[in-house]
Design a protein around this ligand. Structure first.
Ligand SMILES: C[S@@+](CC[C@H](N)C(=O)[O-])C[C@H]1O[C@@H](n2cnc3c(N)ncnc32)[C@H](O)[C@@H]1O
Length: 207
């Protein structure tokens, strides 16, 4: 036999078991417990430019605090996560919008129609780096032409994760084949886990 033994599922962040265990144990240092300021500002600005209800996807939604906010704005929301414990935790948060939750894998679920917006928070950095090209291609596939990928990106060069950091040039190389960056701002209300290392960015899908 050669090579190292396969990691158990609870130590492999590509699998639901990894996240399942952390939600069940209450070890969720990424959970904002509310709606980050930058998303609130973006929603307010973007709403002013739209007359219809945007179709929004929240991949790896966790407790879905932001999904509830977007439902309250009247948007057509789909919040998905492949951890049953995460979705169970999101049910009381979503309340009367709980039917917008889906237990599914981002990479394989069947979307009924293209989305106008994908909201990114602590999802890309939760994925092993080998899945990042698939993430970029999948986001582009799920969005309509001109659709937006907006959210928080976690920068740095530490190799270990999750959360897995990305260097600014690497994010550009990952997304630029599909998207053009149209906004980039510092974040002022980060959790300790992300403080000083995350930025709010908006990327527009090529037509
Ligand atoms: C670090 S947590 C972030 C949760 C949430 N976005 C937040 O900000 O609180 C990453 C989430 O992505 C989910 N996840 C990871 N890979 C996934 C996949 N392929 N499909 C769906 N969900 C996935 C995990 O179950 C976990 O809930």
């Amino acid at each position: 036999m050669t090579g190292s033994p396969a990691k158990p599922p609870t130590q492999n962040p590509a699998l639901p078991d990894f996240w399942e265990q952390r939600y069940r144990d209450g070890v969720t240092p990424w959970d904002a417990g509310g709606v980050p300021r930058a998303l609130q500002d973006f929603v307010a600005e973007w709403c002013a430019t739209r007359s219809d209800a945007a179709r929004v996807l929240l991949p790896g939604c966790g407790n879905a605090w932001e999904a509830r906010h977007l439902c309250e704005m009247g948007w057509q929301v789909l919040a998905l996560d492949f951890s049953a414990a995460a979705v169970a935790g999101a049910v009381p948060v979503m309340g009367r919008w709980r039917d917008r939750l889906l237990l599914a894998d981002f990479f394989t679920f069947a979307a009924a129609a293209p989305f106008d917006l994908i909201y990114e928070r602590a999802f890309l950095c939760a994925l092993p780096r080998r899945l990042w090209p698939d993430y970029a291609a999948r986001c582009a596939e799920l969005l309509c032409p001109g659709g937006l990928l907006a959210g928080f990106f976690y920068f740095g060069c530490e190799p270990k994760g999750p959360p897995f950091m990305i260097e600014p040039a690497a994010l550009d190389a990952l997304l630029e084949p599909h998207f053009k960056r149209i906004d980039d701002r510092p974040v002022h209300d980060s959790l300790p886990l992300f403080r000083g290392k995350e930025r709010w960015q908006v990327w527009r899908r090529h037509d």
